[in-house]
Design a protein around this ligand. Structure first.
Ligand code: FRU
Length: 494
C-alpha cells in the first residue's frame, strides 16, 4: 500500500490542532464540567513563529472540540507560555455581580526588543475572561510583572496556596526558578529562587509547575516542582524533571536529594523523548492532579513529517505522589476517562511466548488506537524485547535490558527517521526504579505515538514515530520462552 504521510498520520485519540503549528500546553483549567486546554499556536504556519494561544475544550480530556484562538499578540509582544486560574473568590476584583473571573498569566515576548539586543524583552502579561474562558480581555496595565534584565524570564504558572491565602507564581529563568506571591493576581512580590546546583542543567529551565500534592495513603501534603528544561533531558533534548519538598509560603525546600544513580538526576516525569512542557490543570475536580504534555522535542519538532499540522499532545494523565523506601516518586497513568472509550477487546489470562511469537495482530484489534496491558509474572534475570512491525519491515521495539536494569525504546527502524539526525540516534533508556517482582506494562498506541507505563506508571516513556505503513503485529522478540499474564488489548472507540 502507498506510503503513509501527513493526514494519514493524524492521531486517532490524541489532541492535535486542526492545522498548523502547536507546542506547549498552556493555561489549562476546569470549570462547570468543561476542561479547557490552551496551547502555543502559530495559526499561519506549520513551523514555530508568531505565538498565540490556541484553545480547545473537552468534557473528559479525551475528545476535544476546537475553539477560536484565545489570545493574540499585541503591542507588548507574542504570547508565550503561561497558566490560567479560576479566581473563585474574585481576589482580582475583575469580576462583578458574582462573576467568577478566569485569570491568565503569560509571557509577552517582544521580538523587536530581542532583536535590538535588549535583555528585558520577556515580561509577564495578564488577560481575563468573564464568560468562563470563551473570550478574553487583556488587562489594561500590562505587563503585570516587568523584567529586571534577565534574558530568559518566562512561563508563569500560578497556583493557590490555601494555607497562606495567597497566589504563588513559579517563573523560569535560565538556571533557576523564581517564586513570586500575590493576593490579587495583579501585584506580584518576589519571594525566593530555587534551582542553582540542583537537578539537571544541560539547558534552559522553562515551563515550571508548582503544586501541592497529597502523598498516597497519608494526609501529608508535599509541594512538587515540575520543571522542564531544554536541552539536557535524560535522553537528550527537551524533557521534564521534578522535585518534591516543602513550601513555607516563600521558600521551596526539596527533600534531601537522593540520587540512586550517582551523578545522574533521575527524577523525570517521563523518560521518553517526547513529553515536554507538561503542566497540570487548575481547579481539577476531586483534588486530582491532571497533567498533559507536548509530545515532541525541540531537537526535531519543526521537521517531523506532517506538514498541514504539526505536533500532538500526550494523553491526559493523572499524577500521584508516593513515598516508597524513603523516596518521593511521581507515578503517571492515563486518565480513567479513557476507560469509557475501551471497546472491542482481545484478552488472554496467560500466553506462552517464544522468540517471534505474535502477541496481538490487527486481526484481533487495531494497533493504532489501542490500550494494551500485560504482566510479566517475575522479572527474572532476563531481557525482554517487544516489537511492533508491518509488512514492509518497519519496526518499533521496546523492552527491558536486564544487565543494565534499564527499560528502552528503539525507534531507529520505525519508518521515516532521517528528517533529523537525533531522531533515531540511539535507543532511549530509563532506569528501573521500583523493585516490584511483577512487571506491569501498559501501552497506549496511536498512529504516531507510543506511551509506555511500566511498573504501574512509576517509569514512563513516551515517543513519537512515523511508520511508512501502519503496524500490523505486536510480537515478542525476547530470546527465551516465558509467560505473560492478564493480557488485554482493547481498541478505543472514537
Ligand atoms: C517551551 C517554550 C517556552 C516558551 C514557548 C514559546 O517549549 O520555549 O519556554 O514560552 O516555548 O513558544
Amino acid at each position: 500500500s502507498a506510503e503513509m504521510q501527513d493526514t494519514d498520520y493524524r492521531p486517532n485519540f490524541h489532541f492535535t490542532p486542526k492545522e498548523n503549528w502547536m507546542n506547549d500546553p498552556n493555561g489549562m483549567f476546569y470549570l462547570d464540567g468543561t476542561y479547557h486546554l490552551f496551547y502555543q499556536y502559530h495559526p499561519e504556519s506549520s513551523t514555530w513563529g508568531t505565538m498565540h494561544w490556541g484553545h480547545a475544550t473537552s468534557k473528559d480530556m479525551i475528545s476535544w472540540q476546537h475553539q477560536p484562538v484565545a489570545l493574540f499578540p499585541d503591542e507588548h509582544g507574542w504570547i508565550f507560555s503561561g497558566s490560567a486560574v479560576v479566581d473563585k473568590n474574585n481576589t482580582s476584583g475583575l469580576g462583578s455581580d458574582g462573576q467568577v473571573p478566569i485569570v491568565a498569566l503569560f509571557t509577552y515576548h517582544d521580538m523587536e526588543g530581542e532583536k535590538s539586543g535588549r535583555d528585558d524583552f520577556q515580561t509577564q502579561g495578564m488577560a481575563y475572561s468573564l464568560d468562563k474562558g470563551k473570550t478574553w480581555i487583556k488587562y489594561k496595565n500590562n505587563p503585570v510583572l516587568k523584567n529586571p534584565g534577565i534574558r530568559d524570564f518566562r512561563d508563569p504558572k500560578v497556583t493557590w496556596d490555601a494555607q497562606r491565602n495567597q497566589w504563588v507564581m513559579a517563573l523560569a529563568t535560565y538556571e533557576k526558578n523564581l517564586f513570586y506571591t500575590s493576593k490579587d493576581l495583579i501585584d506580584w512580590e518576589f519571594a525566593s529562587d530555587f534551582g542553582e546546583g540542583i537537578g539537571a542543567h544541560g539547558g534552559v529551565w522553562e515551563c515550571p509547575d508548582f503544586i501541592p500534592m497529597k502523598v498516597q495513603g497519608t494526609d501529608t501534603v508535599k509541594w512538587v516542582l515540575i520543571q522542564s528544561l531544554n536541552p539536557g533531558a535524560y535522553n537528550g533534548g527537551s524533557g521534564t524533571q521534578y522535585f518534591v519538598g516543602d513550601f513555607d509560603g516563600k521558600t521551596f525546600t526539596p527533600e534531601s536529594y537522593v540520587n540512586d544513580l550517582g551523578e545522574k538526576h533521575d527524577y523525570w516525569i517521563d523518560f521518553g523523548k517526547d513529553n515536554y512542557a507538561g503542566v497540570t490543570w487548575n481547579n481539577a475536580p476531586g483534588g486530582r492532579t491532571l497533567f498533559i504534555g507536548w509530545m515532541s522535542n525541540w531537537e526535531y519538532a519543526n521537521v517531523v513529517p506532517t506538514e498541514t499540522w504539526r505536533s500532538t499532545s500526550t494523553i491526559a494523565r493523572e499524577l500521584k505522589l508516593h513515598l516508597v523506601d524513603g523516596v518521593y516518586r511521581i507515578s503517571s497513568a492515563p486518565v480513567m476517562e479513557l476507560d469509557s472509550y475501551l471497546d472491542k477487546s482481545f484478552t488472554k489470562a496467560s500466553m506462552e511466548l517464544s522468540k517471534g511469537s505474535t502477541i496481538v495482530s490487527v486481526d484481533d484489534v487495531s494497533l493504532s488506537k489501542t490500550e494494551l496491558s500485560f504482566e510479566i509474572p517475575k522479572l527474572e534475570d532476563k531481557d525482554y524485547k517487544f516489537l511492533l512491525t508491518n509488512a514492509i519491515g518497519d519496526s518499533l521495539t521496546f523492552g527491558y535490558d536486564h544487565s543494565k536494569a534499564q527499560f528502552y525504546i528503539d525507534r531507529s527502524k520505525s519508518g521515516k527517521v532521517d528528517f533529523n539526525e537525533n531522531f533515531a540516534k540511539k535507543p532511549s533508556v530509563a532506569p528501573r526504579i521500583s523493585d516490584n517482582e511483577n512487571l506491569s506494562v501498559t501501552v497506549l498506541l496511536d498512529k504516531t505515538s507510543i506511551e509506555l507505563f511500566f511498573d504501574k506508571g512509576t517509569t514512563v516513556m513516551s515517543e513519537i514515530f512515523f511508520p511508512k505503513n501502519s503496524f500490523l503485529e505486536f510480537k515478542s522478540l525476547s530470546n527465551h520462552t516465558f509467560l505473560i499474564t492478564d493480557l488485554k488489548a482493547s481498541e478505543l472507540k472514537l
